[in-house]
Write a protein that binds this ligand. Structure first.
Ligand code: SAH
Ligand code: SF4
Length: 412
């Protein structure tokens, strides 16, 4: 434990994977927030609720937790006073602490959530969760790990040394916290001046598992969390509106389809193994061909349920027209969408974002080959919330680095 903390980054970056260093230690009085039906059933058993009553009681808790956003047991008026008191003795409705909230000029919000670490009294860990509002939808970018064990060379999160898997509850809690902060519960309203969808619907409509971490390296927790989020009696964000992004953990892709059933996004980023080995080192374990075979066989894939291939535009690295042609050829026969992501620079990176002109040419070729190829507009750059810039204050940026980043954002 704690060994890698003192290893210089230069040593770490050549490594295929880092080992998770931190364990989750449950607090003495756990929170019910984020629990699945099964876990709530166990919680009820722990306070002595008889088995034949549990299903009904779980349903009541479900309603208060996930439809109403209850923050105190007192609110749960359909639950008997005695049971409320017993629950309050053993459990809380605590959310992770919001250590910081930043709001970008474009309405993007980033919340820094503080989670317990392995050692009580230690500062704990921080993960980030980002809210991206548009006119008729709003996407919440959710993290699956503190840091990431993988070391993609263009990704800021990958440079973070500390890694811990989030629990299922902590993953669901990110959605709850977002809805708390947005006033997205019955009877509540968004904060003054907040930019949210204007169509009168829900304030969080889509979820992308594209925050910190590799979701398929924390499979069970991500699965259980997404089942809670998609449950029609609660938060009810349909699986069609949930996207899980993976750097290509091939052996887990089929299970993701059968056991989670959400939309799949794959971080491809290169069309040749030698280059992908460098950009996404996991490629050395699971090369492009194996990855694409897994995509072809992704349960439920169809023209109506396409796989999104993410492709980060790195100047002079993977952005040539020949790459675009090879990309189209490579994806032949797979129901696919292509998502071109302008590279978001961070201090110390050796990469640059492709010129806009080049991105347009690349995109045009893909479009002419029959793919919709939206270029993902970088959002929230002024608060460091764009793709791959999610790196929590566990490893603090210096004030100068932050300023440099802001300057970069301004000069786009
Ligand atoms: N670990 C998962 C999900 C999180 S990353 C994965 O890699 O798919 C979400 C997306 O942002 C991925 O496609 C990732 O490759 C991309 N990304 C990472 N760093 C980036 C950067 N600096 N600029 C643009 N996109 C980046
Ligand atoms: Fe991890 Fe994804 Fe970043 Fe790669 S791109 S280091 S898998 S978070």
């Amino acid at each position: 434990m704690a060994v890698l903390h003192h290893v210089p980054q230069s040593v770490v970056s050549g490594v295929l994977e880092k080992t998770p260093l931190e364990r989750y230690v449950a607090p003495a009085k756990p929170s019910l927030v984020g629990m699945s039906r099964a876990r709530l059933g166990e919680a009820l058993a722990a306070v002595g609720v008889a088995e034949r009553q549990r299903k009904m009681r779980v349903q009541q808790l479900w309603h208060w937790l996930y439809l109403r956003g209850a923050t105190s047991f007192d609110e749960m008026t359909s639950v008997s006073k005695e049971l409320r008191a017993e629950l309050a003795q053993r459990f809380t409705l605590d959310r992770p602490e919001v250590a910081a909230e930043q709001v970008s000029v474009d309405g993007t919000r980033k919340w820094l959530l503080r989670l317990p670490g392995e050692h009580p009294g230690e500062g704990g860990h921080e993960v980030e969760c980002v809210y991206i509002p548009e006119a008729d939808r709003a996407t919440l970018c959710v993290s699956s790990q503190v840091g990431c064990t993988l070391n993609c060379s263009f990704c800021h999160t990958g440079t973070q040394r500390l890694v811990r898997n989030l629990t299922a509850e902590e993953i669901v809690a990110q959605v709850i916290v977002a809805r708390d902060r947005l006033g997205d519960w019955p009877g509540r309203t968004p904060p003054e001046g907040a930019i949210v969808p204007t169509d009168g619907g829900r304030l969080v409509t889509n979820i992308v598992m594209m925050g910190m971490g590799e979701p398929l390296y924390n499979f069970e927790a991500v699965r259980d969390a997404l089942q809670v989020v998609a449950d029609g009696d609660g938060i009810a964000i349909s699986k069609r509106r949930i996207t899980l992004s993976t750097s290509g953990v091939v052996p887990m892709i089929e299970r993701a389809g059968t056991e989670i059933g959400v939309m799949l996004a794959v971080s491809l980023h290169a069309v040749r193994d030698d280059l992908r080995d460098e950009l996404v080192p996991l490629n050395r374990k699971y090369p492009i061909k194996e990855l694409l075979d897994a995509c072809r066989n992704y349960p439920g894939v169809s023209n109506a349920r396409r796989i999104t291939f993410e492709y980060v535009m790195l100047k002079g690295v993977n952005d040539q027209i020949a790459d675009a042609k090879a990309l189209v050829k490579l994806l032949k026969g797979i129901p696919a969408k292509i998502n071109l992501i302008p590279f978001n620079p961070w201090p110390g990176t050796k990469y640059e974002c492709s010129d806009w002109e080049q991105i347009e040419k690349f995109s045009e070729l893909i479009f002419n080959a029959g793919y919709s190829s939206p270029v993902r507009t970088p959002r929230g750059r002024d608060i460091l919330a764009a793709c791959g810039q999610l790196k929590s204050a566990t490893e603090k940026l210096t004030a100068r680095e932050r300023m440099a980043l802001r300057a970069m954002a301004m000069t786009d």
